[in-house]
Design a protein around this ligand. Sequence first.
Ligand code: HEM
Length: 591
Amino acid sequence: MASMRSLEEYDISSVTGFLPAEPPLRRLADPYFTPWEDMMDDFNGLLLAGKLREQIHKLPQLNHKNLNTIEEHRRAFLILCMLSHSYVWGKHEEASETLPANLAVPWTAIADHLGLCPVVCHAAVVLWNYRLLDSQGPIDLSNLTTLATYSGSLDESWFYLITTAIESAGAKCPAAILSSIGHIQDGDYDGLKLDLTTVRDALADINTVLHRMFEKCDPYVFYWKIRPYLAGWENMAEAGLPLGLIYEGVDSLWSAETDEYADISHLDEGERLLRQYRRYAGGSAAQSSLIATFDVAFGVEHHPVGEKPASSTSSSPLAMKLNQSATSPVDKNDRYRHLPSTRPADELDRSGTSSGATTPLPSYKRTNRNAFLRAMRKYMPEKHRLFLEDLETSANIRPFMMHLEALLHTGEISDEERELIGLYNDCLHQLKLFRDKHVQIVSLYIVNQARKGPNIAHGGFAMEKKKGEDTTTSSTSPATTQPQDQDILNKKKALHNMLYPQTALETHPGIREGSPSAKVSSLFPQLGLAKHVDPKTGVVRGTGGTNVMPFLKQSRDETADMKISLEVGGQQSLDQEAVDSKSWTDMLLRR
Ligand code: HEM
């Protein structure tokens, strides 16, 4: 069994967990970075006044090499997440398909340094975006405020701070989990009981914090005013980013195979343009290393959506076999089942018409077969990702519990061992309660809001501005609608799409006339950009979010399924393999 390194080596604190040991920097002190900090001082105002893009064009291209410490890199990353996403999505402006070099170049370099992707992520807005009102006080909701928000609203601050407080409530868990690995190896049941109790109680605290989301984060404000800025540029055709975002000035000819940058002199203009596009998912707490740590530690297995283990109620995972026949056809717009390549140019590589890189997915050793959850690890800081990978190899809680389960069935289990199974089940139960509440939150904050639609009346001024304008080259409309109704419908849709491009109700290929993607589309028809998109699937993809529920419910059920029944005979037939295995290390090796 591989051994884990110390928590410090994974950039995890035994006191603050995945949160930094000291609160994040409030400003970059070096005057060289004054242009960025000055812009942050006026950030919400500039966005509101419609002047942010204009001011960003005037920014000098700062050299990331002038950043020294990790804290400075994190602050700079947060600043560039704020500026870049606001630049791309604007405030009641058409989305920009291009990120200028003065943001794209330093952002990409700093992301590389932190082992992240240049896109907003949980680490930026939750782990590195808080301040303590009383510097000597606790990291909890009574003492927290944010450093930056897109909307300037208290609702957005609360949304981030709930998640920061959750990270804080779970701060002791990484240490307790590492300690439990040692206690299992040493056969120290008292130590193990303490560790599991710490984790169970922390999970209960996490759930208490999660319940408070409703207090100060309004679902309407969240869905229509906050979430749009957290959107990335993957599956965003409807928002006008069919190929993703152009990172100007960033050489994207890196090859995963050779780990080198290729010579681009032989490429024509179109291919060079295509190579600058990148697609990244947006910010999501699915990128929380803390929640992923619980899954890995307790051996919760996540499967592709719709693919259920043969016996989903069995407490014996050894009995679980994948039921491939349960899989329905993959909807190409469903982010939970279909992940597009990060670099659209890779799609040409696969079709054999071009040479170059393919986008590597991090490799995972054991539990996580769900592509979306795996992909989320690309958006975690590198050292936290490494922690999860090492834990996947070292975690022995689940195999040990399966060993106890085998003893239970042969009648050789002690009371103390029963108690350990009970504590393990309690931890899983709390994690399942977390996912129960989370499903409710998503239903209220996303699914309901998407169904109801925006309160367009408040956007009336924008209707004036865009009257008669068609912002796209094509659109789909139900054939049965009368011409005058269709006109009203089209106006409402155009307005909606313009105000909230990331939540566009209308499905279309998103290629604007004269845009870079129009050029690429004509040069590379094999990319299939101009194809008609099924309106039914378009509405519910990504940000629209009805397809999110099966994914989240499955994730919750997969958590509950891991509980071990203490009732002998009260479960489905135990896998013979489990009974035969008296040694839990055997189970660990064969897991
Ligand atoms: C208003 C509050 C929230 C909303 C609307 C929300 C929404 C979502 C959505 C839509 C997903 C699916 C993945 C995606 O599309 O990004 C997701 C996944 C996830 N969210 Fe949240 N979320 C909220 C709060 C939180 C909080 C506070 C946490 C705590 C860390 C959290 C943890 C997770 C995790 C771990 C996943 C991955 C799925 C799983 O492990 O079961 N979410 N969330």
